[in-house]
Design a protein around this ligand. Sequence first.
Ligand code: MLC
Ligand code: AMP
Length: 494
Amino acid sequence: MKDFVARCQSFTDRVALVSEGKPYTYAALLHDSKYLAQFLLGDQPDLLEARVAFFIPSSYAYVQTQWAIWRAGGIAVPLCTSHPLPSLEYTIRDTGAQLLITTRAHEPFLRPLTHSGSLTIFCLEDLPHDLPTYPPLPEINSDRKAMILYTSGTTNLPKGVVSTHRNIQAQIQSLVDAWEWSAEDHILNVLPLHHVHGIVNVLCCALWSGASCTLLPKFDPQEVWEHFQNDTLTLFMAVPTIYFKLIAYYEQTDAATRQILRTSCGKFRLMVSGSAALPVSVLEKWQTLSGHTLLERYGMTEIGMALSNPYRGTRRAGHVGLPLPGIQVRLVNEANTPVDPGQPGEIQVKGDTVFEAYWQKPEATKDSFTEDGWFRTGDIAVRDEDSYKILGRNSVDIIKSGAYKISALEIEEVLRQHPEIRECGVVGLPDEEWGEIIAAALVVRQPLDESDLKAWLKTQMPAYRIPRKYIYLDDLPRNALGKVTKNELKGQFK
Ligand code: MLC
Ligand code: AMP
């Protein structure tokens, strides 16, 4: 954090962020985050890695809060602003956060979280104009924990990925070098700010470089196209579903508008896609429309970004390129031995970008590393002609839909709590728009009303985890050991 702050001090007059149409300079961000950090400290010299949760839409207030937590020595726990209460409660309980920062508009929704008695909610509007003391900010060693992001896996509940300041800095530095970020850049962020793609690749890289970042609270294709026309943007980074939706919007406009939209893409120096496989059809349509060959890269919450097509040089469709600067990548077989060239294997990663641990899960942390310190991603790839190609995952229970990582087991666990559902199996079905569509096979006690079921699920889990397709079976397909055979189940959806 010390390096981050020092860098920003050389950009003070430049615009760091544009939020709700208003520009904020680096000087303002430094001042306002320091003030909030001093308030958070009160009479303590250092928050000493206390977990501080915050529920703030993508905006200047979000960044001010994130920086204040870091500068006061806390661990930032960004919450997803579209999650229902049970998901938020899980994160608060799991991290043991005792403070939740939000705004007055969201406080009534969040208030039930305080009923357990251990959580206090603070609304930013209640920040006093004067503080009783203005304590010096603590020195934050780069090995200290900085952030916990939640990610789904092959267990039924999401795990907290703990990254240190050193990890985040290494993740930023690698991308800044590879994609040639500079203070002249201006990026539009439409991604949620509780995942590494929006937080590190967009927001942190922009602030590290002295560039400007325009924050939109939510993705909306029309608004994005308007910003493309009106802003002085140089960079755009998004997930494949977003490019799909931008193309769909473009295709329903008239010829004159299309010409304007196409022209608006000319000012960008780079457009990036990642977090899920980019369909070649989307890459090609975007190329025809915008003149840009999307740069596809591969990453993961636990490791930041690992592989990238070149900024300069040929970008290969359906491929994710080579290791980014400072990152070691290898492919291994099931015996954990590096594979021969051209053979598929699991991607393993080593380097300063790799996270410290799963929050309070020493066993899961240990299992996710090899004895010699390589992180096992669970993704299968092959290296051909000097570029890696992702082939899939080694677990059928991990679904990527809209670039959100979703555990089939987590959804099954919730479905089983419904009184009319006796048994269920959840799978991901390939889909050009969403990457995968979540589908559920249900064995029910009596016929269910699907819209009632969806409305109930919405109170239990984030909307993007709700199955979109349902089939009803007398029983689920199982192997000799009684385990549901997911690949067979997939075949039962037409
Ligand atoms: C939403 N809808 C879906 C859906 N999600 N339908 C099918 N499958 C899904 N997964 C439906 C909603 O129910 C709604 O339908 C309609 O689509 C609009 O919902 P929305 O929430 O407003 O959707 P939208 O804003 O369009 O969201 C799409 C999106 C979002 C792509 C912008 O999913 C998103 O922000 N994804 C990015 C996630 C991310 O940042 N991942 C990075 C993880 S980090 P109706 O009928 O109600 O209108 C990582 C590491 C790395 O992966 O490498 O970067
Ligand atoms: P998350 O856990 O949400 O950070 O998601 C990380 C996962 O997204 C990786 O393990 C991959 O499975 C997937 N992923 C990220 N980028 C790509 C890509 N370019 N192509 C295919 N899969 C990707």
